[in-house]
Design a protein around this ligand. Structure first.
Ligand code: F6P
Length: 463
């Protein structure tokens, strides 16, 4: 396929760096997102001929594509809404996410039936749309960085269209071990692995996920990585400069004052901030907090659990049900233990970044207890932003455990009693020790800032 454009560095992901809303008068407004890839791409500079290829997600995005509205350096693909829904909600979020996070309740699910095969065809078509757009936009020999489980087939498809390109694939999730990965039908498992092996390099957030991928290749495809694809590990770190500056802006100070008033004078805080994903384990976090209040009644009136659980993937019933269960349990704890002057759980479901930073700054304890997580940046951000040091209770199943495990209080995320004990240990950690640990946590958390994380991957594609 001939190249009509000349991008030298391309990023491909389902969700792009910008989204559009439609105002009442019909005009469009653009909203820019953040994250590691955004900082990474800005680090290569405006003259780098970079292009980000992403999917149009909502009505605003589709309208923007139809009107020819685009941000410089971004190409949105208007994939038919039903194909996108099958690929994103049906396959990526309801199958691949569940496999890699090992979330199925296996007596009843998964069921790989005819409907699954129909959705799989949409997932193939969606990946093909990306591969074709990338093939069209990339200059001779360009570097293409394909992101995540949404786009596992695109590397091979792109390789077939454009053998000249240098292709990388990066997984932001965990990777499932072979026994779990092989829940997938054999042909699908092989197609997914073969898709990623179309890349020159397949990279992961931790050694553990990289090894699991290699193990799956051996189990499903036979010994050796057939295509000679190189495997890499790049542990995305927190962006210290950005976070320290942003967390001292006036809107964060305002929210700190408001939070302090809600929490009440002299009380300790256990803070958690998550997108409400099924893997985040918010429910067991609340159960552990309840256990703490039972085991240590001396904490009643003296501690508050600040839980920010921001909406995610609300198109899926299982996510809506999970969010409802979080709210129900928080209410139950508040009505059972609360007093006129003390609300034990402050749950907030409305996304507010400035308020998250405010909570990070004042937290005594951060609770990060996912069932399984690719990295978990909250665990890395809190120590960077914390005003006076914060004890980190961290799941051993989070990718961040590899780098932060030594100075965190680590937990088995399924063990509610163990997590309650860890909260007690964290709340009673001597102030000096807490500050020392926080310093070391912040140093480990910022070892690989987003810009360097991206540049390393780009550099490694040349190797
Ligand atoms: O939680 C991490 C993650 O799964 C990333 O791997 C991915 O980039 C992102 O979430 C996708 O989220 P969404 O479905 O909201 O686009």
């Amino acid at each position: 396929m001939a190249s009509t454009h000349a991008a030298r560095v391309l990023v491909a992901s389902n969700r792009g760096p910008v989204s559009y809303g439609v105002r009442e008068d019909g005009s469009l407004h653009a909203k820019r997102g953040g994250g590691g890839l955004v900082s990474g791409l800005s680090a290569i500079g405006p003259d780098a001929d970079a292009l980000w290829v992403c999917a149009a997600l909502g009505d605003g995005d589709r309208e923007a594509v139809r009107r020819g509205v685009a941000e410089p350096g971004v190409r949105m693909l208007d994939i038919p809404a039903d194909v996108h829904a099958d690929a994103y909600n049906g396959i990526a979020n309801s199958v691949l996410w569940f496999v890699h996070h090992m979330l199925y309740q296996t007596p009843l699910e998964p069921v790989f039936d005819v409907e699954f095969r129909r959705q799989w065809a949409s997932y193939q078509a969606y990946n093909r749309a990306f591969a074709e757009a990338l093939a069209e936009e990339a200059a001779e020999g360009a570097a293409v960085m394909i992101q995540d489980y949404h786009l596992a087939l695109a590397p091979r498809m792109l390789r077939q269209l454009r053998p000249d390109l240098r292709i990388g694939h990066f997984s932001h999730t965990p990777w499932a071990p072979p026994d779990y990965f092989r829940l997938l039908p054999d042909d699908i498992a092989a197609e997914l692995l073969g898709g990623i092996l179309g890349a020159d390099r397949a990279a992961f957030l931790t050694r553990r996920w990289a090894d699991a991928f290699t193990d799956c290749c051996h189990a499903v495809l036979g010994p050796g990585i057939p295509s000679g694809t190189r495997i890499g590990v790049h542990g995305l770190g927190a962006d210290a400069d950005f976070l320290r500056k942003r967390s001292h802006e006036p809107d964060v100070a305002e929210r700190m004052a408001a939070l302090r008033a809600e929490i009440g004078e002299g009380r300790k805080t256990i803070v958690r901030v998550d997108r409400t994903e099924l893997s985040k384990n918010i429910v067991r976090g609340l159960l552990a907090y309840r256990q703490l209040l039972d085991d240590h009644p001396e904490w009643r009136e003296r501690v508050v659990h600040v839980a920010f659980a921001y909406p995610s993937r609300q198109d899926l019933a299982v996510y809506r049900d999970y969010t409802a269960e979080v709210a129900r349990l928080a209410d139950e704890i508040n009505s059972r233990y609360g007093t006129p002057g003390w609300t034990p759980v402050l749950l907030n479901l409305k996304d507010d970044f400035a308020r998250s930073l405010a909570a990070y700054r004042l937290a005594d304890v951060a609770l990060v207890n996912p069932i399984r997580d690719g990295m978990n940046l909250v665990a890395k951000e809190v120590p960077v932003v914390s005003d006076e040091g914060c004890a980190l209770v961290l799941s051993r199943e989070a990718g961040a455990y590899e780098e932060l495990g030594e100075d965190a209080i680590t937990v088995n995320p399924y063990d509610v009693v163990g997590t309650a004990d860890a909260l007690q240990q964290a709340l009673t950690m001597p102030f000096g020790e807490r500050a020392e640990r926080t310093k070391r946590l912040a140093a480990a958390a910022t070892a690989l800032p987003p810009a360097q994380w991206f540049l390393d991957q780009l550099g490694a594609l040349d190797g």
